[in-house]
Design a binder for this molecule. Structure first.
Ligand code: PEP
Ligand code: MN
Length: 350
């Protein structure tokens, strides 16, 4: 739908937009209102080049797309009934809780194993553990491929699926060969289209899921969903969207918590939403409230950093990992809230 700056286009302008859209097998249908006329694009209006050429015209105010640019991730696509299963949870039916250390310390593997067993005991359905880490400071610990063995050992001992971040093609290969169930694309790589394509290609034909974090910048939701579309385009649509806070920060919180985008995402896409309250707020004391807020906003799952002894952790763990006792409390409350949020509304009295 083309909305011109003036109330209606001149005949020359109408001819110009008609000529452009015809190159893309579309037509223009003017819709006359009392005061102004708007111009519907009739046909497949998804070609970005057509939209960009129309947007470039100085007499065009804006273009509202009626058709979704997401062929696969759109709520109305053929995949709308696609169900994702992680561990024993079907997303959308029960609340999924992923928990575990930010970073696996290869020098202290026992901490990770203890954490994995403890988060299982607390009620988590899957375990997270960073093998390779995207660190702001180049001198900080960058992760270690040897941690992959520790991660898979924790999976065997708990019987739970594991989630870990990959940042380059070599990581994808190693993680898939090792049997990692969910590959995380982190906030820093969320718009790395080359990596998104590589991960999409690598999981095609497998049961693997990708947990795509929202980019660190406060971009539009369409950008987030388009990034998921990149992955799904190769044939495996097992993608979950993970809001994790955006920059700039909110005084006191590490990022700007964005769990409130969940209902907006759900209006546009069928993809499950698993919120990461840990990176949103960046401090263990704030995590329980952020986790519950996410569930209240309709999240299908939570991804929470937890550690048996946060002060002995590395990476984010000393500041933002919750203890297993706190995790258990969060899970208990979050599941109760999830049941409330998804309960059939009681009939209103007349
Ligand atoms: C993480 O999960 O530890 C992490 C680095 O996440 P993000 O990409 O959201 O910062
Ligand atoms: Mn972390």
């Amino acid at each position: 739908m083309i909305l011109p700056k003036n109330n209606r286009l001149t005949s020359e302008q109408l001819l110009e937009i008609t000529t452009i859209v015809m190159e893309f097998d579309c037509k223009i249908q003017p819709i006359d209102g009392a005061v102004r006329t708007i111009y519907a694009i009739v046909g497949d209006e998804r070609d970005d080049l057509m939209i960009n050429r129309l947007e470039g015209l100085d007499y065009v105010d804006r273009i509202d797309r009626i058709q979704s640019p997401f062929k696969l991730m759109d709520r109305r696509s053929d995949l709308a009934n696609h169900r994702l299963v992680i561990g024993n949870v079907t997303l959308g039916e029960e609340l999924l809780v992923i928990a575990g250390q930010c970073t696996i310390d290869p020098k202290n593997p026992n901490y990770f194993i203890e954490t994995a067993l403890a988060v299982k005991e607390a009620g988590a359905n899957a375990i997270r553990g960073g093998v390779w880490k995207p660190r702001t400071n180049p001198y900080s610990f960058q992760g270690d491929a040897r941690s992959l063995e520790i991660l898979m050992d924790a999976s065997r001992r708990t019987g739970l699926p594991v989630v870990s971040e990959v940042m380059e093609p070599e990581h994808i290969k190693l993680a898939l060969d090792a049997g990692v169930h969910v590959l995380q694309i982190g906030a820093r790589n969320a718009l790395n289209y080359s990596l998104l394509r590589q991960v999409g290609r690598a999981i095609a034909g497998r049961t693997t899921t990708v947990m795509l974090k929202r980019s660190i910048h406060n971009g539009p939701l369409s950008e987030f969903i388009s990034a998921a579309e990149y992955i799904a385009a190769f044939g495996n649509p097992n993608v979950v969207l993970c809001p994790r806070g955006t920059t700039p920060t909110l005084d006191g919180y590490r990022n700007y918590p964005d769990e409130s985008i969940t209902p907006l995402l759900k209006e546009k896409t069928w993809a499950p939403v698993v919120v990461d309250p840990s990176h949103s707020v960046g401090k263990a004391t704030y995590v329980p409230a952020a986790a519950l807020a996410a569930v209240a906003y309709g999240a299908d799952g939570l991804c929470i950093e937890a550690h048996v002894s946060p002060s002995h952790g590395i990476g984010d763990d000393p500041k933002q990992a919750v203890t297993p006792a706190t995790l258990m409390e969060i899970i208990h409350r979050a599941r109760a809230l999830h049941a409330v949020v998804h309960a059939t509304p009681t009939a209103t009295r007349s």
